[in-house]
Design a protein around this ligand. Sequence first.
Ligand code: ZN
Length: 163
Amino acid sequence: MGRYFNLAELYIAANAFFSAEKIAHRHFGIDWKNAKELKYDVRTMAQLKAHEVQEGAFAHLCRYEYERGHFYRVCLQDSLILDAVGRAKSFIKLPALLLYIAAHELVHVIRFSRGEADFEAPEEEKRREEERVHIITRNVLQPCMNADLKLVIDCFSNRYQIC
Ligand SMILES: [Zn+2]
């Protein structure tokens, strides 16, 4: 049985997505009008359905059909994220790790929504897209780079998996 975010950790996660949204929108030149076209939400483990839980990645991106197109759900895997922070003890800070995860998932959502990447791509292409997303995420985060974030990027970006 995995661990769930407590209230303080849920607050940190919400904050991370709020910040990541701001910097990702600035990076991609998205204004309030086309931001509405990005259809996604963020869920933590307590809210996930069985198929949205996935071992092996910090977050799992699901896509659903709705009447006007596609809708994305970022499914945060609380226990893996908390394990990574716990294992790394004082090195990896939860706010920095969650900011990285948020920016990374938003880059996926933006690229899928704009047709710059294919959600249904074969494995080989998904791997290449994952590499592109790593590089783009690093660039997106550049304006708020600090020691904690750099450590996260150095430690985890190569082990992050697309789902
Ligand atoms: Zn990814």
